[in-house]
Write a protein that binds this ligand. Structure first.
Ligand code: AQP
Length: 328
């Protein structure tokens, strides 16, 4: 069976961007591929974080994976730092990756402007660790959101360079682009991000969702109730396209343009549809939280399975790069 690797960093509670941009597509892939889905905690260290919260965040992420529908009978759910080969391989890849490849990555430019006082090497090197995460398992494909495409292109470049220099070890992983495009935050300006406080989280209650949407930015030109709106520039309409049925999308599209419907009503419809979609996930999470030992067992099993593949790959790599010493 062909392999897939993907992951989310436990930098906060998962939101609808993580869900629609990535994890939703992971579920379908479980039947076609051997999937390894990581909680990539070392990535979450590239910005300031609280060590005391990490365990809670990792378990919350694992609980979300299961609540959304990842099936531990089909996929391995694992924690990156528990398989030390990820960082071991990242070091080796560092030695063949030109710095100029990393400085041009758009997310580096974005994150460095968000954290100008904490420009650490990890932030720059993030795509190399991501490449290691993927190729350690010789993944054939990676399901990604549109925002991660440049990272994956870099992984392919690193693979080509490694295979050229040391002999073929890795397949060039192809991207499987999830259907949900980039989900914008409720501020309507930036990508929805755990660290930006502009999210609808997967475990938000219907009341949370209603209140958050009530404050969310819409078409900036529409100042008064009777002004005609433009759904093409309205983030709320983009969300309708992801959560509402086609009749409602058409109705909102038409009635917004003629001012028959105001933003308040439009948001209420969206809140109802979003809550309908997210409530089963929230309820499943509550149920799993009552049996957290089960979640821990799933992770332990996934780590064990991943470790076997990771160790095999590292043996092969060490041979190729000349550090498999016969006298040891
Ligand atoms: N807004 C988004 N729209 C579409 N897809 C998204 N993803 C994240 N945000 C959106 C997809 O989720 C996967 C996991 O992302 P991640 O958590 O590892 O990294 P991220 O993209 O940096 O996520 P955040 O929420 O923005 O985290 P912080 O704030 O910590 O940086 C990826 O496949 C991504 O495409």
């Amino acid at each position: 069976m062909k392999r897939i690797f993907s992951g989310v960093q436990p930098s906060g509670r998962l939101h609808i961007g993580n869900y629609l941009g990535a994890i939703k597509s992971w579920i379908k892939l479980q039947d076609k591929y051997k999937c390894i889905y990581g909680i990539v905690d070392y990535h979450a260290m590239t910005v300031k974080y609280s060590p005391d919260d990490m365990q809670k965040r990792v378990l919350d992420c694992a609980t979300s994976y299961l609540a959304i529908g990842l099936d531990p009978k089909k996929s391995s759910l694992m924690i990156q730092s528990a398989v030390k080969e990820h960082t071991e391989l990242a070091w080796i890849l560092n030695t063949i990756t030109p710095i100029s490849w990393l400085t041009r990555v758009p997310t580096y430019k974005e994150k460095s402007s968000q954290h100008p006082d904490d420009l650490n090497i990890g932030l720059l090197d993030y795509p190399v660790l991501m490449a290691a995460d993927i190729i350690l398992y010789k993944a054939d494909a990676v399901p990604v959101g549109e925002d991660q495409l440049s990272h994956l292109e870099l992984t392919r470049e690193i693979v080509r360079r490694f295979n050229y220099r040391f002999g073929r070890v890795f397949p060039e992983p192809k991207s499987i682009l999830s259907s949900g495009a980039r989900i914008m935050g409720l501020d309507g300006k930036s990508k929805m991000s755990k660290s930006l406080n502009n999210c609808i989280y997967l475990d938000d209650t219907p009341d949370d969702i209603r209140k958050k949407l009530a404050r969310a930015v819409t078409d900036p030109q529409r100042q008064r109730r009777n002004d005609a709106g433009n759904p093409d520039v309205c983030n709320i309409f983009s969300l309708h396209k992801l959560f509402s049925i086609s009749e409602e999308i058409e109705r909102v599209n038409k009635e917004c343009r003629t001012a028959e419907i105001g933003c308040v009503e439009c948001k209420k419809i969206l809140a109802k549809n979003m809550s309908n979609d997210l409530t089963p996930i929230r309820e499943k999470k509550l149920e799993l939280n009552k049996d957290i030992d089960y979640v821990k067992d799933v992770l332990l099993a996934g780590i064990k399975e991943s470790k076997i593949i990771a160790m095999e790959t590292m043996e092969e790599i060490k041979q190729k790069i000349g550090v498999k010493y016969t006298f040891l």
